[in-house]
Design a protein around this ligand. Structure first.
Ligand SMILES: Cc1ncc(COP(=O)(O)O)c(C=O)c1O
Length: 468
């Protein structure tokens, strides 16, 4: 770092003195340091003067050997921990490159295609020259109207498509920018623990603070929200909830959100509900919408997505619906950052929302059958697993003696390296996930059976740790 503060003469008395000191430190003339306008102040480096701070001289050019240029990140980036799934992803990549057939139960990345009518509509819309310009940042009005229709059809919620619905480039983009719109230094958000990473780091990137509360028991979660609000000053500004929950698959009934609205009004916090798994549910369970709770629109918004139920994860289509002021703030931030979604995608999304309910229901049945296969197979191995009622994951406790003798990350790496099965270690979702694995339902039934067989082999009793 170069600075005038090393000056031995007072620069206020002699403004050039500092430059002389600087030139000595650099070991070259001031003119080469400040090429614009100080050439007359040139003071060549005196090689007789010992200067232990001077950088080494390249004998061919007499220029100092340059130090590597220092890239300094913003402190918000320094607050981010190393990516927790990096080791798993890296090992998975290496194995696949080496030709190993790894069964990937890691990410919740749908492997089935969208309904054919949606793909056809995308192709038709892409062929129309009028769809290739910038689109509206908040989404074309017919798409927002379609979202409002779905809310009314499915949850009895009335939304004004102009003011209470916004399209996002996937719900994760909308969520992160909503954090930026609402949070700043000194603000706190309550989030579920374990947490989907963006619920934590969307707030951190917005310079806010986080209190993570155990999500396993919804009644206790609400008690803890109230307790936190009673004992924290200033009180939390935002409550982030996510049901069906990723990674734990916890679900709630409509009454839960009635209580959330009551607490929000009592303590003055805003609510963001991440409803990513709205369309993936089993055994007749219907995930409730936060917006269906009376007064919900006064206090919060809900994010939905086409990524999961509609198999359109790569398309990047999500929505924010609810409180018009919060949506206006999100629109302000987005207005500076993006120009909206490719219009052909928006047009095809209208078809998906309007015409493909049967395909979405069929996809849920596919996940339900996979869930049954995975849960039954794991139970046969002696694992304790609760069948999820919704979402795309099984949240499984690591069995003893492994649970108490090795960390969750090491256990996941063992399954990958010895069993060729990739899973997400629960610790990737924060400390509350330690001792658990998240297994996604994106592989077919036969591959899921095979995965559990391979897990069983690499956990045979002969290789079990003896310490526990
Ligand atoms: C809880 C949750 N929210 C949001 C997302 C991201 O959804 P999108 O693809 O709409 O950005 C995911 C994806 O895995 C998720 O699990």
């Amino acid at each position: 770092m170069l600075s005038f503060c090393v000056c031995s003469e007072n620069p206020a008395d002699n403004p050039w003195a500092g430059l002389r000191v600087l030139s000595t430190i650099l070991g070259r003339s001031v003119s080469s340091v400040f090429p614009f306008g100080v050439a007359t102040m040139s003071q060549p480096f005196n090689s007789d003067t010992p200067n232990i701070d001077a950088p080494a001289i390249d004998p061919l050019t007499t220029d100092p050997v340059p130090k590597p240029f220092e890239i300094k990140f913003a402190s918000r980036v320094d607050r981010l921990p190393p990516y927790m799934f990096g080791r798993i992803n890296n090992s998975l990549y290496q194995k696949r490159r080496a030709g190993d057939d790894v069964i990937d139960l890691g990410m919740g990345n749908p492997s089935d295609p969208p309904d054919p009518s949606v793909i056809q509509k995308l192709a038709d819309a892409a062929a129309d020259p009028s769809n290739h310009g910038y689109s509206k940042s908040n989404g074309i009005s017919n798409l927002r109207r379609e979202v409002a229709s779905k809310y009314y059809r499915q949850y009895g919620v009335r939304l004004d498509p102009e003011l209470e619905v916004m399209a996002c480039l996937g719900s994760k983009e909308g969520f992160s920018h909503m954090c930026l719109a609402l949070m700043g230094p000194g603000d706190t958000a309550i989030i579920p623990a374990p947490y989907f990473p963006v619920h934590m780091y969307g707030v951190i990137l917005a310079s806010g603070n986080v209190v993570a509360l155990d999500v396993a028991d919804s009644e206790r979660f609400l008690q803890n929200v109230a307790y936190t609000c009673e004992h924290m000053a200033p009180t939390p500004k935002v409550l982030i909830v996510n049901y069906p929950h990723n990674p734990s698959s916890a679900v709630v009934e409509p009454d839960f959100f009635v209580e959330v609205v009551r607490l929000a009004k009592k303590y003055g916090f805003m609510v963001i509900h991440d409803f990513a798994y709205a369309d993936v549910a089993f055994d007749g369970y219907h995930p409730p919408s936060f917006l269906a709770a009376p007064g919900a629109k006064d206090v919060g918004v809900e994010f939905t997505t086409m990524s999961k139920g509609y198999n359109m994860a790569g398309w990047r289509v999500g929505f924010c619906a609810g409180n018009s002021e919060m949506i206006r703030a999100l629109g302000t931030v987005k207005g500076y950052y993006d120009y909206g979604m490719f219009q052909a995608i928006q047009i095809a999304s209208i078809v998906a929302l309007r015409d493909t309910e049967a395909s979405v229901a069929r996809q849920s049945r596919i996940y339900q059958s996979r869930r049954d296969v995975l849960v039954t197979s794991l139970k046969r191995l002696g694992w304790k697993v609760t069948p999820p009622k919704a979402g795309m994951f099984v949240w499984a406790e690591i069995p003893e003696p492994w649970k108490s003798s090795m960390g969750t990350m090491d256990f996941a790496l063992k399954l990958l390296e010895e069993g060729n099965v990739a899973v997400s270690p629960g610790s990737g979702f924060g400390q509350a996930g330690e001792g658990f694995l998240r297994m996604s339902l994106v592989e077919n039934e036969q591959r899921l059976r095979q995965a559990v067989r391979q897990i069983g082999k690499c956990l045979s009793p002969t290789t079990a740790p003896t310490s526990a």
